[in-house]
Design a protein around this ligand. Structure first.
Ligand SMILES: Cc1cc2nc3c(=O)[nH]c(=O)nc-3n(C[C@H](O)[C@H](O)[C@H](O)COP(=O)(O)OP(=O)(O)OC[C@H]3O[C@@H](n4cnc5c(N)ncnc54)[C@H](O)[C@@H]3O)c2cc1C
Length: 385
């Protein structure tokens, strides 16, 4: 794929940063289920937390392709670091940019773009996953504040994020308005009644803290309501269109890392007196892995260009996320097979890549939900890139 000079520079910067400051530690962070916050600060210094924010709000104002190239390089080193970067860049910052007031942008978006504040996104609840509009966390207006009560689940970076975009109900319990009864609130951890709950003990992505948040009559100033009351679900869904491109890039990074490790291993590992890459069965696996990754990346970058032209990416964003995440799961499964028994232990990275790949088929809309979105969009109109 042809890269512009800026895109090539970004790719080089991200690869060098990932090779020097992330890859050497990824296995240890996974083992200890720990993410050092200094890494996020460092990403901020390098501009990776403000890539899609215009320069007037202290971001880099880059195109979507540059961002996805950087995200893929970081995901290839560590998927947990990549999910922080993806959520921060795609969800809370984009919601502030697109729907926030100038005062909110000054107060939160600018420091987030500079990487001084890390963002999180809180839509899911224990009883509201794929059917997110069924969420129950309740916000009630009280003088100059909103009072929030409820439990949010699965909040990526929720144990340390400075700014959390929280979706809560602002309709009355006896007059529910479905998805139109949901508003978005800018929540900071200093608010009275904010509590961090259980940290999930996950299969993969172990360095990324995924936590429950409980709000016990948490008082949120009215100035922290994002945009219009009742529009929070619409804002969240629009942002997830962007988020899915980030998750696709994360999945492609994981898959590429598995292919690279497999190519090296197949050259080194000898059985029956020759490197295993001389066996056709192994060559065919490597060929299919490479072809599927290239196809997923090509669709993602075509979708990124579509986004930068200002077109809707609902259809191709869902297709990209579906194709890339299923590719990551398939490629990492082949990688474990190529490594044989050594693929099943923690001495080599493919075991972690296999565990990390799975979640890309689940979050920001499961594969089943992506297929529902794709089918709906195909019925509604015949799009092409
Ligand atoms: C590591 C991790 C990080 C996450 N980070 C965040 C975050 O930062 N913020 C946030 O808000 N959320 C986050 N999530 C939540 C995530 O988005 C949800 O897990 C996801 O949307 C699925 O919801 P669920 O887990 O409740 O599954 P469910 O919705 O209960 O789904 C269970 C199964 O039923 C299927 N299903 C459901 N409805 C349908 C249907 N209509 N048709 C066909 N099949 C269906 C699903 O595809 C799935 O296979 C995270 C999750 C994980 C695991």
């Amino acid at each position: 794929m042809h890269l512009t000079e800026t895109q090539a520079e970004i790719k080089e910067l991200a690869r060098n940063f990932a090779a020097a400051e992330i890859a050497p530690h990824a296995a240890q962070w996974d083992r200890e289920a720990h993410f050092p916050i200094e890494v996020a600060r460092r990403m901020g210094e390098l501009g990776f937390l403000g890539m899609l924010i215009p320069e007037e709000y202290d971001g880099l104002g880059l195109d979507t392709t540059s961002y996805l190239i950087a995200l893929e390089a970081i995901a290839a080193a560590d998927a947990s670091t990549a999910v922080l970067m993806s959520v921060h860049n795609s969800l809370p910052t984009q919601m502030l940019l697109n729907f926030g007031s100038e005062a909110q942008k000054e107060r939160w978006l600018k420091p987030m773009a500079r990487g001084e504040m890390v963002g999180a996104f809180s839509l899911s609840e224990p009883e509201a996953g794929s059917d997110a509009s069924a969420l129950r966390c309740q916000a009630v207006r009280d003088g100059g504040d909103w009072v929030l009560t409820g439990t949010k689940s699965w909040v990526t970076s929720g144990s340390f994020a400075d700014v959390i975009m929280v979706m809560a109900r602002t309709d009355a319990p006896d007059a529910r308005r479905g998805s139109r009864g949901i508003s978005a609130f800018i929540v900071t951890r200093d608010l009275p009644g904010f509590h961090v709950g259980t940290k999930e003990d996950k299969m993969g992505l172990r360095a990324s803290p995924t936590v429950q948040l409980t709000f016990d009559g948490m008082r949120v100033p009215a100035a922290n309501l994002l945009g219009e009351e009742g529009q929070g679900f619409v804002y969240a869904m629009r942002s997830l269109d962007n988020g899915r491109l980030g998750i696709a890039a994360q999945a492609i990074g994981i898959a590429q890392a598995a292919l690279d490790a497999s190519l090296d291993y197949a050259a080194e590992r000898k059985q029956f007196g020759r490197p295993i890459r001389e066996f056709e069965a192994i060559q065919f696996k490597l060929a299919d892995m490479g072809a599927r990754i290239a196809a997923a990346r090509a669709l993602l970058h075509a979708t990124a260009a579509q986004k930068d032209r200002g077109e809707s990416t609902t259809l191709h964003g869902s297709m990209s996320k579906l194709l890339a995440s299923e590719t990551a799961m398939w490629v990492t499964t082949q990688a474990v097979q190529i490594f044989g028994g050594y693929g099943y232990v923690k001495d080599y990275p493919v075991e972690r890549l296999f565990r990390d790949a799975k979640v890309t088929e689940i979050y920001e809309g499961t594969s089943e939900i992506q297929r529902i979105v794709i089918a709906r969009e195909l019925y509604n109109s015949h799009h092409s890139i």
